[in-house]
Write a protein that binds this ligand. Sequence first.
Ligand code: 0RA
Length: 669
Amino acid sequence: MISLPARAHSRDLYLRVTYHGLVFMSQDTEYGAGQIQTLGDLEGIRKRPAMYIGSTGSRGLHHLVYEVVDNAIDEALAGHCDTIEVVLHEDDSVSVSDDGRGIPVDTHEEHGRPALEVIMTVLHAGGKFDSDSYPISGGLHGVGVSVVNALSKWLETEVRRDGAVWHQRFDHGEPETELERVRDLEPGEDTGTEIRFWPDDEIFEEEVFDADTLASRLRELAFLNPGVELVLRDERGEEPSAETFVYEGGIREFVEYLNETRTPMHEEVIFFRDEAPAEGQEANVAVEVAMQATDELQGSIHAFANNINTREGGTHLTGFKTALTRIVNDYADEHGMLDEIGENLKGEDIREGLTAVISVKHPDPQFEGQTKTKLGNSNVRGIVESAVHEGLGTYFEENPDVAQAIVRKAVEAAKARKAAKKAEQLTRRKSALTSTALPGKLADCQTREPEDSELFIVEGDSAGGSAKQARAPEFQAVLPIRGKVLNVEKHRLDRILENDQIRNMITAIGTGIGEEFDIEDARYHRIIMATDADVDGAHIRTLLLTFFYRHMRPLLEAGYVYATKPPLYRIRCGADTHDAMTEDDRERIVEEKCGGSADQVQRFKGLGEMNPQQLWDTTMDPDNRVLKQITIEDAAEADRMFSVLMGDAVEPRKRFIKEHSPEADWVDI
Ligand code: 0RA
């Protein structure tokens, strides 16, 4: 799912924390010191929450759930757990239960306290890999449940283990009750852990969990860990709902899911797996690859390491690309299929329209990069390379039809690439991007400080005109766009760049696009899409987002892209006016503020209907407007969604739009 620049925080300071071995502190710690340390840990976490969970916004909030779920997944990877259930409760708390071994409850020697209490209250840094209990540990998060506890108003644990049900409750991270033995386990009753927590509203700016965001991560985990059943139950609101994710087919089914709206060039998803010793480790590195070519222009390759979506790529992705290019070229060459183009296929030709998921599980993954989502272990490159060489090589030998379909598609892509080059469209592209003259339609702001500057991309010339009058010219720029934006999902870059609207946006934003993109050149750090609150507006927003997503993705990753959320109604009673964001809002305001009947209810259909003053008040004034930051939480889900919305298949698109109708919170992609 698309979410937050929290990743912009350096994760260098994150502590890698696990339970393995349960030896958390130095050997000569005396009795009692554990409790002192505990208070220090809790205080530290509460003082600098972002250091542990990335942010105190929505992303950090969801991170709490991922942290607990990752622990349960660790139990599953160790072979002790196969069902994990996440419940969103009416009171904004969340519980995560699993049928693993249960968190140990016996007395922890060093601390003289129950192990459960130690796990919940001591921030245990270290993260020694313990190959006996957990062959592979998932979770980039991996900061430990003590962090979740420290950042919760309350946290309750119920553990079924050692023949009994155990309970303990915490208050702002500190034990509120002693560990209590509640009752004996019934005969046949399973072991397991349930953790329920109430996020602390003094820490988090946002306390409401988004079911779609959680569903997306749980679905991804279900694909990556075949056989593990993940359930999401949402008990809030009038219509409680539940969704279950379990995929016996693993990442093979992930590729099918991603390709739901694409047209595959061959029926079966190619799949292979391999294992190889990790340098200096007892346990092996496991490599799994699933792929299927489609007739799309966009490729869609997603790489994971220990269940983490490695959005910045890394050695596993490099290894995959290298081997793929080699194998396909070798096959094409052997079968005389390169004659047509008179040269080798480029990697980009082969990856055009290719959907692939690469998943590696490593005993000691090294995460690098700005957002710690780049796999760094250097020997993984060779391991993946030979896995692909072997796996895909064999597959091509056994399935010549598939091999030929893939090569033919790549040859077509190479021909198109060469034709475009010949027509010197690529040169034109350069000049389009390096042109320094700002578009005539842009009303730029006065400041030259990108951090302070905002660009409003406004739907329609009339709303654009109002916005130009309404704005604070010191820091707000306005670029009107008219009609529909080009659907970039359907065209190659050279065509896209012939489009004036797109060119205007690129020049105004200043970063260039694609390979030439440089975030440092961004002229605005807030790029705000202002479109109408109707279906057309939603469509234009989606077209703009598709463009940003496909060609200026770092802008989304940096958290520079926003959408306005103009109110639907303005309600007047007596001398007061109130803005309503939703139908429910309107009913509530009329009831509560206007004693049941309003003097006037004005519906804003489009931005163009507002006069400059109204536009400023409701949509542009930083003190009053509602902006939604668009972010990329889950590249795979976003990618699929853009294909669903912008691709050819009609049914999934209808379904999607129905589920995310204008009233729905469409931005949570
Ligand atoms: C410490 C040691 C063991 C399991 C766990 C913690 C554990 C933690 C969580 C968090 C959520 N669900 C969990 N399930 C288990 C290993 C215990 C053993 O060796 O039996």
